[in-house]
Design a protein around this ligand. Structure first.
Ligand SMILES: Cc1ncc(COP(=O)(O)O)c(C=O)c1O
Length: 466
């Protein structure tokens, strides 16, 4: 069936939502909700920290789209950068050729990346960057004479993307089970959820951090150091609801990776570009990985791009003879996206947004922590402009909701109620139920207060309905 442009020229109030229901296959979406009469939310416009739907209603964007719109919506400067680049050179691949914007962007990322991470391989998003990092690790070890090092270690409940390799690295069984068997070689260790840490370690974050890091060493020993290629970790783990690294965690992880000759990949798909404070979160948290994967905030979402940034050590065997990395993407490092990224990095610097996140984060956290007086709020955690609020049935015992309650609470009520109350954010149960917040980096006290007061009224109602 085809739809005539005329059908869109004179839209009825629900015309777009109805067409979305009938034709648009949405990502990670239960379509039965819409077939049963649910209204597809259609977002038509954005300005600063706010978005508007097709009914003219305004929402505070509490998730920066999807952890992406760092500098806020509606920036003319970014639209102009895209248009100018499209006029000058709309497309050229990076397959044995280069173009100015990819070169400039690579140089700029390398200048800010920690250590000797100077080699930038562009992709179109985070999952491709993760996929690229694993493939590169495998080839690197073959080239340096350790061909059996192919396995990867990552953490429970962590999300690293949907390509089959990245999905193997992902630690969410429900996201994987329909696609098994996946790429072999993915092994999981505990994450750094202090709230759910073994009881004897909860009061001592440092001891918990060392314990959690040592689980990586244990997994390497169990699998055999000669078979393990890399460890993939987010600086602050998103999925499960924002798990920051306890003190000493990354120092110990780095030491373990060096001890066993295993590469450390910092998956900064969410955490880079100011989300934690700096351009790269590994700098914020004080560790030097062997590779960084990043995407999302690089363009503030105005155009798609991702990158895998590798150290000189990893690049070295690829710089010789006939050796090359047989891997790439048509749209990796797209000129329009690279031009937008450069302008976006200019804005982040010019407007002092890195410093703004650092100086405003304590107030953001303190505001959210006022919600801890609600019986349903068990924990508030995170860093920078990146927080998770864990919901519990019993604060004293930290008992979580069963599947039915979780379904009723998160899917049946909370997501929609928050949205109806004017706050776009995410209620997530990939681990224990959490509300996730990661607004554009331009928000200040008024928006933070608005987030907290909306959460307070909706979470109060959620508790009453349980
Ligand atoms: C840590 C992490 N890695 C990888 C990805 C996948 O990125 P993309 O959706 O751009 O493929 C995500 C997406 O949210 C992510 O959070």
């Amino acid at each position: 069936m085809t739809i005539t442009p005329q059908a869109f020229a004179e839209p009825g109030p629900d015309r777009l939502a109805e067409s979305a229901r009938d034709h648009l296959w949405m990502h990670f979406t239960r379509h039965s909700t819409f077939a049963a009469g649910g209204h597809v939310p259609v977002i038509v416009r954005g300005e600063g920290a706010y978005i508007w739907d097709d009914q003219g209603r305004r929402y505070l964007d509490g998730l920066a789209g999807l952890f992406t719109v760092q500098v806020g919506h509606g920036r003319q400067e970014l639209a102009d950068a895209a248009a100018m680049q499209a006029r000058e050179l709309a497309f050229f691949p990076l397959w044995s050729y280069a173009h100015p914007r990819a070169i400039e962007l690579a140089e700029r990322l390398a200048a800010e990346a920690p250590g000797e991470l100077n080699r930038v391989f562009f992709t179109t998003g985070g999952g491709e960057a993760v996929e690229t990092a694993w493939k590169l690790a495998k080839q690197y070890w073959k080239l340096v004479g350790k061909p059996m090092k192919y396995k990867v270690i990552s953490r429970s409940v962590a999300y690293h993307g949907t390509p089959q390799g990245a999905l193997s690295i992902t630690g969410i069984p429900a996201a994987k089970e329909m696609f098994e068997p996946l790429v072999p070689g993915g092994f999981k260790v505990p994450n750094t959820n202090l709230y759910r840490a073994p009881e004897h370690l909860r009061a001592d974050p440092k001891a918990f951090g060392l314990w959690a890091a040592d689980r990586i060493a244990e997994a390497i020993e169990f699998e055999g150091p000669d078979t393990v290629a890399a460890v993939f970790l987010e600086p602050v783990q998103n999925s499960g609801g924002c798990f920051p690294p306890p003190p000493g965690y990354f120092d110990r992880v780095r030491e373990i990776c060096d001890r066993y000759d295993v590469l450390l990949v910092s998956d900064e798909t969410i955490c880079a570009f100011g989300r934690i404070g700096g351009m790269f979160a590994s700098n914020d948290l004080g560790y030097v990985p062997d590779m960084i994967t990043c995407a999302k905030g690089m363009t503030s979402g105005y155009a798609p791009i991702g990158a895998m940034i590798a150290s000189e050590r990893i690049f070295e065997p690829f710089s010789q003879g006939t050796t090359y990395f047989p891997h790439g993407y048509t749209f990796g490092g797209h000129p329009v996206s690279a031009a937008v990224a450069l302008t976006n990095l200019d804005i982040l610097e010019r407007e002092g947004l890195y410093d703004h996140v650092r100086s405003t984060a304590p107030a953001f956290r303190a505001s959210l922590e006022t919600l801890l007086d609600l019986p349903i709020v068990g924990d508030v955690r995170g860093e920078g402009f990146f927080y998770g609020i864990e919901l519990v049935k019993d604060k004293a015992t930290r008992e979580t909701f069963d599947d039915d309650e979780s379904e009723r609470l998160l899917r049946g009520f909370l997501s929609k109620a928050l949205f109806d109350a004017g706050l776009y954010c995410r209620a997530d149960d990939r681990g224990d139920p959490v509300v996730q917040l990661a607004p554009p980096l331009i928000v200040g006290r008024p928006e933070i207060d608005e987030i907290t007061s909306t959460l307070r009224s909706v979470l109060t109602e959620a508790w009453a309905r349980l």
